[in-house]
Design a protein around this ligand. Structure first.
Ligand code: NAP
Length: 312
C-alpha cells in the first residue's frame, strides 16, 4: 500500500522509510517528489504544507494525515480532498513534549529567564529577586484538548494552580474549567500566566488582542504555542511596553520563519523559539499513522479526525 510522505524534506525520507518499516513493513513509503510514483496508486499521504494541485489529483487516496497536530496547513490549500478523512497527529509523545514546553515556558516567565539571558549576553551580573513561586501564579490554559490537558497535568506537578478555557466544560482533576465566551472574562481576570493552545480557526483568529490582554491582571505573562494567528502582535507589543504584561514566550508566528525585521526578535521581554514546542519523533509518528491506517483498512473508527463543522 503506497504512502506518500512530505514532512521534513528530502533528507528525512530515508528516516521515515526506516520508521515505517518498524511500524508496518507492508507500507510502501515514498517521497512526495518521487517521479516514479503514479498519483492513482497513492492510498495515503502524510504531509506538512502540501502545495496546491497535488492532493486533488490522487483518485485512489483514502485518507490524509497531518504530520503535526494542527491541520490549518492542509485546509488552507484550495484543492484538499474534503470528502476524505483528515487526521490530526496525536499520541502520547506529542502531548508529553508540549507539556514539557509549557512547563519550561511558565517557569521561564516565573523566573524571568529573559532578564538573565540579556545580562549574560553582556557579561552583566543582572541580579534580581524572584517575587513569586509557582503556587502564587495561576496558569490559565486556552484550549484544553489533547495538549492543553497534558500541559495542565505537568504544571500541577510544579504546584502552579491551573485553570482552563475551552468551548465545552471539562472535568480534569484539580483544574478549574471555564467554557465559552460568556466565561472568558472571569477566566482572564483570574489568570497570571496565559497559555494559548487553541487550534487555528476563524473563531480563534486574532483572539489575543488589546481587549483580551487588558482583562489579564497587571504583570501577567503570555505563552503562545497554538498558532501565530491567535496573537495580534502590535497589541502584544503595546501591552508589554506599557508594563501591563511582564513577558511573553512565543513559539508560533503568522509568518514562519519569523522575518528578520520583526520587532519580536529583539524585544527585551520576549523569548522566541522557532516552532519547536511539540513534534513527536518520526518513530512515534510513524507508529501512530501505521496504527490509524490499519484501523481504516479494517473498517474501524479513526482517531483525531478533523471536524469541518468545528473547524479543527
Ligand atoms: P485539540 O485536542 O483539538 O484541542 C483543542 C482545544 O481547543 C479543545 O479543548 C477545544 O474545545 C478548544 N477550542 C477550539 N476552538 C475553541 C473556541 N473557539 N473557543 C474555546 N475553545 C476552543 O487540539 P490539540 O491536539 O490539543 O492541539 C491544539 C493546537 O496546538 C493545534 O491545533 C495546533 O495549532 C497547536 N500545536 C502547536 C504545536 C507547536 O509545536 N507549537 C504542536 C502541536 C500543536 P472543546 O474541547 O470544548 O471543543
Amino acid at each position: 500500500m503506497l504512502l506518500l510522505v512530505k514532512s521534513g524534506g528530502e533528507k528525512a525520507v530515508a528516516d521515515w522509510q526506516a520508521c515505517f518499516r518498524g511500524a508496518d513493513p507492508r507500507l510502501d513509503v515514498r517521497s512526495w517528489t518521487d517521479p516514479s510514483v503514479r498519483p492513482e496508486d497513492v492510498r495515503y499521504v502524510l504531509v506538512w504544507e502540501p502545495e496546491e494541485g497535488r492532493l486533488g489529483r490522487m483518485p485512489g487516496l483514502r485518507a490524509v494525515f497531518s504530520s503535526a497536530a494542527g491541520v490549518d496547513h492542509i485546509t488552507r490549500v484550495a484543492d484538499w480532498p474534503r470528502h476524505l478523512p483528515l487526521i490530526r497527529m496525536g499520541g502520547d509523545d506529542t502531548a508529553q513534549r508540549m507539556g514539557e514546553y509549557i512547563a519550561w515556558a511558565c517557569l521561564s516567565l516565573l523566573r524571568d529567564t529573559r532578564h538573565f539571558a540579556l545580562g549574560q549576553a553582556e557579561a552583566r551580573w543582572a541580579h534580581r529577586e524572584t517575587p513569586f513561586s509557582a503556587p502564587r501564579r495561576r496558569v490559565g490554559i486556552m484550549g484544553l484538548g489533547n495538549l492543553g490537558a497534558a500541559a495542565a497535568k505537568m504544571l500541577q506537578g510544579l504546584n502552579f494552580p491551573v485553570q482552563g478555557w475551552a468551548r465545552s466544560r471539562k472535568d480534569l482533576p484539580g483544574v478549574r474549567s471555564f467554557a465559552g465566551s460568556a466565561e472568558l472574562p472571569e477566566f482572564l481576570a483570574t489568570t497570571d500566566i496565559l497559555v494559548c493552545l487553541l487550534p487555528s480557526t476563524p473563531e480563534t483568529a486574532g483572539l489575543i488582542d488589546a481587549a483580551l490582554l487588558a482583562r489579564l491582571p497587571a504583570g501577567a505573562g503570555l505563552v503562545s504555542a497554538g498558532r501565530g494567528q491567535h496573537v495580534v502582535v502590535p497589541d502584544l507589543l503595546a501591552a508589554l511596553d506599557a508594563g501591563h504584561l511582564s513577558g511573553a514566550v512565543m513559539d508560533v508566528f503568522v509568518q514562519e520563519p519569523l522575518p528578520k525585521e520583526s520587532p519580536l526578535w529583539t524585544h527585551p521581554r520576549i523569548t522566541i523559539t522557532p516552532h519547536v514546542a511539540s513534534l513527536a519523533s518520526r518513530r512515534e509518528r510513524a507508529a501512530y499513522v501505521a496504527g490509524a491506517i490499519a484501523a481504516q483498512e479494517a473498517g474501524q473508527p479513526l482517531p483525531n479526525l478533523y471536524d469541518p463543522e468545528r473547524g479543527y
